[in-house]
Design a binder for this molecule. Structure first.
Ligand code: SF4
Length: 302
């Protein structure tokens, strides 16, 4: 990254009293320019605790919305307003309301990868880091609707040995990782620890050594004595893993697991966002009021 661009970002951050949060799947140069790099849960907590006036959220739309729900007194900027999450778009609030009406006793657990309108219909939100803990919190005989990720929901159901009503959503980027990719990597790197994200399809999850969110993968890479890791998630995480563990080796389970929405944000778009301040993400007050409890409970878990 050029020194001039970094200097411009520093100047604008000071002028706006801004903080830059970047998700683990962002481009390497964006991660390097951020104050904090993390998973959805870590970044939601940072947004809630920050005393900055402006949060530049380098991620996708639902993440900026979640920050706006938790920090309504701050301006949350999404440097590329078209950076959405196809999985979040698979759950529509009207459809969820109709499904809830068919299951009047059910509690709704929404993966944080969902719109604010869906969160407003939810009892508790969760991330991949705390989904098991959140569902476990409900009595065994409580019917649960899990929205929108069927793969994360079915992983939680299998781990807890309980039935969950699953929404039919999924992450297209994680679908690129196939069982044959894991089998190939296993042959190529027999000593490697194979870590996959629970957004992967169940046949992939079954072949892995560890099933972890991105924050969990970073911890495992740091703490494990192993020196080679196969990473079954969006390839952007490998930048952070290499930076934090320069003596270890990280190999993508599939080079095709790229989220094009995450890659829309560049350093130039961060500069433009801080300069123009024209890409604020807001949540309607009545939606925010309904979603806040579910999001706050998510931040408290795990
Ligand atoms: S990686 Fe998948 S779940 Fe994450 S933002 Fe991209 S499409 Fe959505």
């Amino acid at each position: 990254m050029s020194d001039a661009v970094m200097e411009r970002i520093r100047e604008l951050k000071a002028k706006r009293n801004a903080v830059i949060l970047a998700h683990n799947y962002q481009l390497g140069e964006v991660q390097d320019a951020a104050d904090w790099v993390g998973d959805s849960l870590e970044l939601a907590r940072k947004a809630a605790a920050s005393d900055a006036d402006v949060i530049v959220f380098c991620g996708v739309h639902f993440m900026a919305e979640t920050a706006a729900i938790l920090a309504p007194d701050k301006k949350v900027l999404l440097p590329e307003p078209s950076a959405g999450c196809p999985m979040a778009d698979m759950a529509d609030a009207k459809d969820l309301a109709a499904f809830k009406a068919e299951h009047p006793g059910a509690a709704v657990v929404a993966y944080v990868n969902s719109s604010a309108a869906v969160k407003a219909l939810t009892d508790v939100c969760c991330t991949s880091a705390n989904a098991i803990e959140v569902v476990q919190h409900f009595p065994k005989d409580q019917e649960i609707i899990f929205v929108p990720d069927k793969h994360l929901g079915s992983y939680v159901a299998r781990r807890l040995g309980r039935e969950i009503l699953l929404w039919n959503g999924f992450c297209p980027s994680h679908m690129w990782i196939r069982p044959e990719d894991i089998e190939r990597r296993r042959k190529e790197f027999p000593d490697a620890v194979i870590m996959v994200h629970p957004e992967c399809r169940p046949e992939v999850v079954e072949l892995a050594d560890e099933v972890l969110g991105t924050g969990g993968m970073c911890r495992m890479a740091r703490e494990s004595d192993a020196t080679t890791f196969v990473i079954g998630t969006e390839v952007g995480l490998i930048h952070r893993l290499k930076k934090e563990n320069p003596d270890k080796r990280f190999v993508a389970a599939s080079e095709q697991a790229i989220c094009m929405n995450m890659k829309k944000i560049t350093l130039d778009s961060v500069v433009r966002a801080l300069d123009k301040m024209d890409c604020q993400v807001t949540v309607e007050p009545e939606v925010r009021e309904k979603a806040l409890g579910a999001v706050e409970r998510m931040v408290q878990f795990g």
